[in-house]
Design a protein around this ligand. Sequence first.
Ligand code: AMP
Length: 544
Amino acid sequence: MLSTMPHTPLRIRRLLEHGATRHGTAQVTTATETGVVSASYADVAQNAARLARALRDLGVHRGDRVATLMWNNQQHLEAYYAVPTMGAVLHPLNFRLPPDVIAHIANQAEDRVVIVDASVLPMFEGLLPMLRTVRHVIVNGEDADRPSARRVSWHGYAELIASQPAVYPWPDLHEDQAAAVCYTTGTTGAPKGVVYSHRSVYLHATSVSLPGHFALSHAERMLAVVPQFHVLAWGLPYAAFLTGMQLAMPGRFLAAQPLVDFIGAVRPTKAAGVPTVWQSVLDHIAADPARHAEICSLQEIVVGGSACPPSLMRAYEERHGILMLHAWGMTETSPLGSISRPPADVDSAAAWRYRLSQGRFAAEVEARLIGAHGEPLAHDGQTVGELEVRGPWVTASYFKDQGEDKFHDGWLRTGDVGSITADGYLTITDRLKDVIKSGGEWISSIELENLLMTHQDVLEAAVIGVPDEKWGERPLAVVVPRDQHAPVDTAALRDHLAELLPSWQVPRLWAVVGSLPKTSVGKFDKVALRELHAKGALETSAAA
Ligand code: AMP
């Protein structure tokens, strides 16, 4: 028996129309050079219609890729709605990658138009001659210097949309049509394109909004620190129009001091971003405790993208009363995979253990653990294997790339290693490429890092495996001292670890550095650390 329900396509257009009308007065607030600027969702929707017309006039057709090189801001939000809803494909480019990598990505995606923030133009100058398919550049903001390039027309964003009508005949698109493409950051291989559909974006937006997930509603204002070029800002711009949640966009003002200024000015209730950002905010406030009052509007921070050190979670909760929610995901998973709200019926010690894990999987995300010979492993919270996932917002292939080794019988091989409890909580112990294989046993680099960062003298820590004649590999701990002017006693750090771990897991090799290399999205860059070590550029010593 079939249902009596229609098959209504799930499209970004519905989110746009819902947000524009039923949440039309909700605001997106952006930090700009000249202060804080707000616009209502009704205004954003009108500008999205104007932008869609302008793009159509420039010759953008269905399926064409429109790239952005933008910070988190109102105009970027407008592009998030205009481009997919008119039937084109939004391609947020990560401008922190090297120009030749950006060019490779933009050329592979065949981007026809680039919308670029004026503040990114100095970088764009070197990039533009390498862009083979771009025909139009739209500059958002003052564009004093336009780099020259043949076959490319230049437009100002504000002027381009000013004369356009505020309505657009949005087409009826198939829900499986491409809405946006994001590339993996390529930290462990060439960047790969993941193409999201209208349906996957819509379903993902409903799931992140759930009370058991990010708990989003019209009563919240979200500070989106996670860049809009990183997995569509974790879906927040779409969840905002779905729920009426207001958005606070920090633009390019991401250093701790201006970020805290912005939080103090716009009073968000929630925030989202990678751990390194929150560490810098924490340190900033520790140095100037009076600023605590400025962040006290925040109730919850969603933190993901890399393992969140438990010391960071505890510090926010104990010092500032802010709950950190640990979440796991990937570009390939849109990104929500799991999030760490503990079950209702556990005591506070157990609740902490749950919260420190990467969390419980979303209903739509199926997960399994696979052993070294491809065999499925138990979900008993102990057994460790490679995580594989599948679901309606988990990619099943890459754009123009076979990626054969990344898929296994219709499941995505995540490259992450960990365990799953019987009640579906994930603990990631490592990336497959970062795990340290010592004498046939695996040592979790994440566990060593987390324990090191609980030590009062350590600001940041990253652990990599380095070749060892006897054991195959041994851990090398690279630490950043909390006090750059005081020597770090690595023997004391080793003793600290020896109290908590079996002795064979404790690193003998140490390096003390002023800062750790970070990837384009702010994660510790272990590939760069391994290269530094291989070149002999890391000064190491054995803890006495
Ligand atoms: P990206 O596609 O750049 O977002 O990177 C995805 C990868 O980031 C995952 O495969 C994990 O290795 C890592 N990652 C994301 N969230 C977490 C987390 N909460 N804990 C540990 N690793 C994470």
